[in-house]
Design a protein around this ligand. Structure first.
Ligand code: GDP
Ligand code: ZN
Length: 293
C-alpha cells in the first residue's frame, strides 16, 4: 500500500502527498470509531482508487501534535524575533523556546530586520546570539530587505516540516516571501498576515518552500505553560539541563537547594543570568497555575 504525508485537510478530504503526487483521500469510518482524526502532517497509509482519489487506511504514530495550529510531526520551528519593531526580547524568546523544547521540536532562532539596526544594537544582538549558540541553539541574523542570512536559513528547511513562530509584525511573511517569491504573502496588513484573513475556514496547509514543507499558519499562538510541570522546566533550558546533572539532589529546582550546580554556573557566568531569571519567573508561573481537573 502506498504511503504519504497529509499536506492539507479541507471539507472532509485529506490531500496526501505520495510518490506519485497528491491524492485526494477520505478517512475510513474506522477512524471515527477509534476517535482518530487525521491531521495535517500525519504520515499515512492509503489505498488509491485511481490517480487522484483514495482512502486513508492507517495513521502512523505521531512524533508530536500541536493544537494551534492543528498539525502533527513538526520537525522544527523557525522562531522569528525582530531586532526592532517590535524590539528584541529575551523573555519572550525564552518563553517560545520552552514551549518548543517541550514539544520536542528543534528551534532555529532567526533575528530579523538587521538592516534596521545601528552598530550599538548589532553588538548587543551578536552577544545574545553567542549566548544562545553556547546553549546549543542555531541562531541566524537576517534581513528580508537586504537578504542577509537567507542563504544560511534556506538549507535548514530542506526535507523538514517547519512552522514559523513569533509575534505579529516580526517579519515571518516577509522571510517566506524572500525564500519563495511566488508565494506573494501580504505583509504588514494585519488582517492578511500569514495564516489570517487569507482563509475563511480555519485550516492549515503545508506549502513547499525551499525543498521543505512549511505550515502556512504561524505556530505557538498560545504561550501559556498549561501542560509543563515544575520538574520538567529544567529540561526546557538545555544549558540548565546539562548543569543540573551535577546538582546534589535529584529533582533540584535550583532555588535554595544546597550544592546546586546550576546556581554555581550562573554565579561564575557560564549560564547567562537573564536565562536563569526567566527560568525562575516561568517556574513561579507554573507553580501559581490553577490546578486543572
Ligand atoms: P509577520 O507578521 O511576522 O508576518 O511580519 P511581516 O512579514 O508582515 O512584516 C511586518 C512589517 O515589517 C512589514 O511592514 C514588513 O515590510 C517589515 N519587515 C519585515 N521584515 C523586514 C526586514 O528585514 N527589514 C525591514 N526594514 N522591514 C521588514
Ligand atoms: Zn540545582
Amino acid at each position: 500500500m502506498p504511503e504519504g504525508k497529509i499536506i492539507k485537510a479541507l471539507s472532509g478530504f485529506y490531500y496526501v502527498l505520495g510518490d506519485e503526487g497528491i491524492v485526494q483521500c477520505r478517512g475510513r469510518g474506522v477512524f471515527r470509531k477509534n476517535k482518530i482524526t487525521p491531521l495535517v502532517g500525519d504520515y499515512v497509509v492509503y489505498q488509491a482508487e485511481n490517480d487522484q482519489e483514495g482512502y486513508i487506511l492507517e495513521v502512523k504514530e505521531r512524533k508530536n501534535e500541536l493544537v494551534r495550529p492543528p498539525i502533527s510531526n513538526v520537525d522544527q520551528a523557525i522562531l522569528v524575533f525582530s531586532a526592532v519593531e517590535p524590539d528584541f526580547s529575551t523573555n519572550l524568546l525564552d518563553r517560545f523556546l520552552v514551549l518548543i523544547e517541550y514539544n520536542h521540536i528543534t528551534p532555529i532562532i532567526c533575528i530579523s530586520k538587521l538592516d534596521l539596526t545601528d552598530e550599538n544594537l548589532r553588538v548587543k544582538l551578536e552577544q545574545y546570539a553567542e549566548d544562545y549558540r553556547k546553549a546549543g541553539y542555531t541562531v541566524i541574523l537576517t534581513s528580508s530587505e537586504t537578504e542577509l542570512g537567507i542563504d544560511k536559513l534556506a538549507p535548514y528547511l530542506e526535507g523538514e516540516i517547519s512552522v514559523f513562530a513569533g509575534q505579529s509584525g516580526v517579519g515571518k511573511s516577509s522571510l517566506l516571501n524572500v525564500l519563495r517569491p511566488d508565494l506573494d504573502l501580504k505583509t504588514d496588513d494585519i488582517s492578511s498576515h500569514l495564516g489570517r484573513g487569507k482563509h475563511t475556514t480555519r485550516h492549515v496547509e503545508l506549502i513547499e518552500v525551499g525543498n521543505g514543507l512549511v505550515a502556512d499558519t504561524p505556530g505557538f499562538s498560545s504561550l501559556e505553560f498549561t501542560d509543563i510541570e515544575a520538574e520538567e522546566l529544567t529540561y526546557c533550558f538545555p544549558e540548565i539541563a546539562t548543569e543540573s546533572e551535577k546538582c546534589k539532589f535529584r529533582g533540584c529546582l535550583h532555588l535554595s537547594e544546597p550544592k546546586c550546580a546550576v546556581k554555581a554556573a550562573v554565579e561564575n557566568g557560564e549560564i547567562p543570568i537573564y536565562r536563569f531569571d526567566h527560568y525562575k519567573d516561568f517556574l513561579q508561573e507554573i507553580k501559581e497555575r490553577k490546578p486543572r481537573y
